[in-house]
Design a protein around this ligand. Structure first.
Ligand SMILES: [Mg+2]
Length: 236
């Protein structure tokens, strides 16, 4: 895959969810825990099915949020409201409570993607400077970083809610490179989402490391592609 003679970088910009923080494990465990806590076993016979349907609704509604069609507060409730409806439960109030409880519980979960701490530790020891560029809610993303024990690796954190634009908008990458006073040619963006992380960084004009553990096909090759974060060590 990548060999040891690759170009070296000084500035590493990381996506958070599904790149460092294991969003899918943490989200699944949070939803199942809450279904148990709300004692919904008698109304929902298959918690795994509930979670699958929830992820489909959430994906679709999140796209609408990113386009500005839905507000943050509507998204938070509606994604559970429509999933409850799939199980014959029409209860907007329950959905609102559940949605709020989910957002409190989720960022407290601490599962990380394989080799996250090992790689961050190595980059830090090599003198690399690191930042986060994440689409999401400010408080939620900061809590994830703190609780999972990786906040201190990052000098700067750029959350779309704070910056005012979402990835793939070039301005969020520009904000990071400017804040670090970095050269574009010394900077690499690391992310799992081809359209948001990789194409966004391409348009802005920095190199990209496509972390692709599921081997999702992509067009318009990234600078680097790997199914393991360990390959980042070769770029430091
Ligand atoms: Mg991601």
């Amino acid at each position: 895959m990548l060999d040891d003679r690759m170009k070296k970088y000084r500035f590493f910009l990381f996506d958070l969810d599904r790149t460092l923080w294991d969003f899918d494990t943490n989200a699944h465990d949070s939803v199942v825990m809450l279904l148990e806590q709300y004692q919904l076993g008698n109304r929902i016979d298959d918690f795994e099915q509930f979670y699958r349907l929830y992820t489909e609704h959430n994906f679709r509604l999140w796209e609408q949020y990113e386009k500005g069609i839905l507000s943050q507060s509507v998204l938070r409730c509606l994604r559970f409201e429509v999933t409850f409806q799939d199980f014959g439960i029409n209860d907007p109030q329950l959905a609102a409570q559940f949605g709020a409880a989910y957002l409190e519980l989720l960022p407290l979960r601490t599962a990380l993607m394989p080799h996250t701490k090992e790689v961050l530790e190595h980059l830090l020891a090599k003198g690399c400077r690191m930042g986060i560029i994440s689409n999401g809610f400010k408080q939620v993303q900061y809590t994830k970083l703190e609780r999972s024990g990786i906040r201190d690796y990052f000098e700067r954190v750029f959350i779309s809610e704070e910056v005012g634009v979402h990835k793939p908008h070039p301005d969020i990458f520009r904000a990071a490179v400017t804040a670090f006073n970095a050269k574009k040619s010394d900077t690499v963006m690391v992310g799992d989402d081809f359209a948001k992380d990789i194409e966004g960084a391409q348009v802005f004009g920095i190199d990209q490391f496509f972390y692709n553990p599921l081997h999702i096909p992509c067009n318009g090759g990234p600078t680097y592609e790997s199914d393991t974060l360990l390959d980042l060590i070769k770029l430091a």
